[in-house]
Structures are given as structure tokens and as C-alpha cells.
Design a protein around this ligand. Structure first.
Ligand code: HEM
Length: 187
């Protein structure tokens, strides 16, 4: 049976191996264990691919937002650039898993940590439109990570991207991150 995904959802499989548009420049384990096995290139394939081929595979589905309010959505929609800009020749794939304590909380408590106390949206928005992004959910697919976060930017904004990542990692939200990888790419 072929799954049918509704409009506005983007299922994808990230395949580390010998093929693909993106060259893997470095792959680091930030928290919670080992990096993925070494691979030369990354292919981002549309759809949830069968579990064959490549050295490693991670799948997720990008879709509707969970935490964003109306004013935030309006501001994000206005400032967010598309993926695939010709000048955005650098990318980062940052897979993240949060702890059981995070997932035991109801939505309002998670939102309070995510935004009221960590200012994830308000402070990250300042980096738009330099960074293009897409958030894939993977937890409900039984994947090893809860989220696959994907970012694209021009080389001149690589420093700003590092600043953004360091800012988020220092916030309360990140005390709930139990596994995190950081894979940097160029094309
Ligand atoms: C480029 C600037 C960024 C903006 C504007 C941004 C914005 C957002 C927004 C609006 C959400 C909420 C989506 C929802 O409502 O479901 C979100 C979630 C998330 N972002 Fe970011 N973000 C940025 C950068 C980053 C970076 C650099 C990372 C990783 C280092 C990251 C990791 C995440 C994760 C893991 C979630 C899911 C949180 C959860 O559902 O528990 N974001 N981001």
C-alpha cells in the first residue's frame, strides 16, 4: 500500500551514503552517544523510502505546526525564505531526541518551556531570512530521533548559523535534549 500524504506535508528520507546532492563535511555527536557511521554524501529523497541502500537512513514528515500562535505564524510566513535558494550552498541536518520527561508534559507546559522561557521562536526569528528551515517530525514513525531539523544558508551566513545553534543549546529547552547530532553539508 502506498501512503497518501495530505497537501502541506513533506515526507522525506535522509540517506547517508555514496550518492546525493550534498557532501557531508562533518558529522558530530553533540549529546547522547555516537555519531552516525561515516558517509560521503547525503541524499534527501521525497517520501519514506524502503529500508535499503546507503550507510544510514533517517525519515520524517514535515507538516503542521504544534506550538506556533497566530501572530508568530504571520511573522514567520513573512520572513521565512524557501528551501533550495541557489546561493544557499551550505546546509545542516540536526537530528534531536527529547527526554521522557519532556514527552510526559502536556502541551501547555512544553510550550511554556519552548517559548515563554526559552524564546525559541522570538530569538530564532532574528536569523530570518538568512536561514531557510524545515522541521520534520520522526517520533511517531518509530525513528531513533523525535525531530530532523534541516537548515540551508549561504556561506556568508555560516557564522550566524553557528551563533543561532549555540544560543538555542544554552536555553532551558535544551536541558530536555537527550540525543543530538550535527551534520554539516555543502553542495
Ligand atoms: C532558523 C531559525 C529558526 C526558527 C525561525 C525556528 C522556529 C521554530 C518554530 C516556529 C518551531 C515550532 C514549530 C511548531 O509549532 O511545531 C520550532 C521547533 C523546533 N526547532 Fe526551531 N527554529 C529555528 C532554528 C532552530 C535550530 C537551529 C534548531 C536546532 C539546533 C531548531 C530546533 C527545533 C526543534 C527540535 C523544534 C521542535 C521542538 C518541539 O516540538 O519540541 N530550531 N522552531
Amino acid at each position: 500500500m502506498t501512503a497518501a500524504y495530505p497537501t502541506g506535508t513533506f515526507p522525506a528520507t535522509f540517506i547517508g551514503g555514496a550518492a546525493g546532492l550534498w557532501r557531508i563535511d562533518r558529522s558530530t555527536a553533540i549529546a547522547g552517544g555516537e555519531p552516525l557511521p561515516r558517509a560521503e554524501r547525503l541524499e534527501v529523497r521525497e517520501g519514506i523510502a524502503p529500508t535499503s541502500g546507503g550507510v544510514w537512513r533517517l525519515a520524517g514528515v514535515a507538516g503542521h505546526t504544534r506550538y506556533v500562535g497566530r501572530a508568530e505564524k504571520t511573522a514567520l510566513d513573512a520572513a521565512s525564505p524557501p528551501l533550495g535558494r541557489p546561493e544557499a550552498t551550505m546546509a545542516a541536518l540536526i537530528p534531536i531526541r527529547k527526554s521522557p520527561a519532556w514527552w510526559a508534559m502536556p502541551q501547555d507546559e512544553r510550550r511554556a518551556i519552548f517559548e515563554a522561557r526559552s524564546h525559541h521562536i522570538a530569538d530564532s526569528m532574528k536569523f530570518l531570512p538568512r536561514i531557510a528551515r524545515r522541521l520534520y517530525h520522526a517520533r511517531d514513525l518509530g525513528q531513533p530521533f523525535d525531530f530532523l531539523t534541516w537548515f540551508e544558508f549561504a556561506p556568508e551566513h555560516a557564522g550566524a548559523f553557528d551563533e543561532l545553534v549555540a544560543m538555542l543549546r544554552a536555553r532551558e529547552e535544551w536541558t530536555y535534549v537527550e540525543r543530538e547530532l550535527d551534520i554539516r553539508l555543502t553542495r
